[in-house]
Design a protein around this ligand. Structure first.
Ligand SMILES: [Zn+2]
Length: 258
């Protein structure tokens, strides 16, 4: 499997043997500014692992536009550097930075993606309206592609976004919560998305799929998410693996060399 979104340099995962050996292929996602050097170093040192530079909305209150741009510019020659993000909006908890701060930081990273010709990885939780509004208003800056990671919205919302962003390559990644009983509506969402725009991810160490729900998520648990996606789409797990790998390579502009 090619895992389109994980955080294996997280202290909860970095000592796992398969992480040390770089056995999980996918994209190591940068989510806080302080950790970006470690994220890039991990990708540089392991075959089949790529990296992104982003600041999650949780850290919007400490974001420095200058520092972030300097980091991006300093790493433009890094072939493993495939996208800007994760960035976006998250209204799930009350103790997060203000909505205004989150949107400002999100918009700056959209600007960076456009300026430096990278696709954009978006995090959006309980914030559908602002996510859609910001993306639609910045449509012209998304020509390198946008990925809604850990897609948690309805089929209607997915279709609306694809219509409003017509001409923009819009992708959606599904994670562990497509296996949750209380998120069964995501089956309809998955079926509403063109097959060439669907990615798979773990978001490890977060959002472990059933039957591991509640545990620290690991890249190997991607199998459970793939099994649910295969059932929903009436495909085999092997077909899901091939399809999501090709789509991830398309979105992240990775050449199929492995
Ligand atoms: Zn993440």
């Amino acid at each position: 499997m090619f895992d389109s979104h994980f955080h294996t340099t997280d202290p909860r995962l970095i000592t796992l043997p398969e992480v040390v050996q770089g056995k999980n292929h996918g994209v190591e996602i940068g989510a806080d500014f302080e950790s970006l050097p470690a994220v890039f170093e991990y990708a540089r040192e392991h075959e089949g692992i790529y990296c992104t530079a982003g600041v999650h909305p949780e850290y919007a209150d400490t974001y420095s536009a200058n520092d972030f741009e300097n980091f991006v510019v300093a790493n433009l020659n890094e072939p493993k550097f495939v996208a800007i993000g994760e960035c976006g909006v998250d209204y799930h908890r009350d103790d997060l930075p203000s909505r205004e701060q989150q949107i400002t930081v999100f918009e700056h990273q959209i600007f960076m993606a456009d300026r430096y010709h990278k696709p954009l990885v978006v995090h959006s939780r309980d914030a559908w309206e602002d996510t859609a509004n910001v993306l639609i208003a910045n449509r012209s800056k998304l020509k390198h592609g946008v990925l809604i990671h850990c897609m948690s919205y309805t089929a209607e919302q997915a279709k609306f976004l694809m219509e409003q962003l017509s001409g923009v390559p819009v992708y959606f990644a599904f994670g562990g919560h497509i296996t949750y009983k209380n998120k069964a509506y995501l089956h309809d969402t998955l079926r509403a998305i063109p097959l060439d725009r669907i990615l798979i991810e773990t978001d490890a160490p977060y959002l472990a799929p059933v039957p591991k729900r509640g545990e620290i998520n690991r890249p190997q648990y991607i199998q459970y998410t793939a099994e649910t996606m295969a059932q929903v789409l009436n495909k085999t797990v092997d077909e899901i693996e091939l399809m999501t790998r090709n789509n991830a390579y398309q979105f992240y502009k990775i050449k199929a060399v492995q």
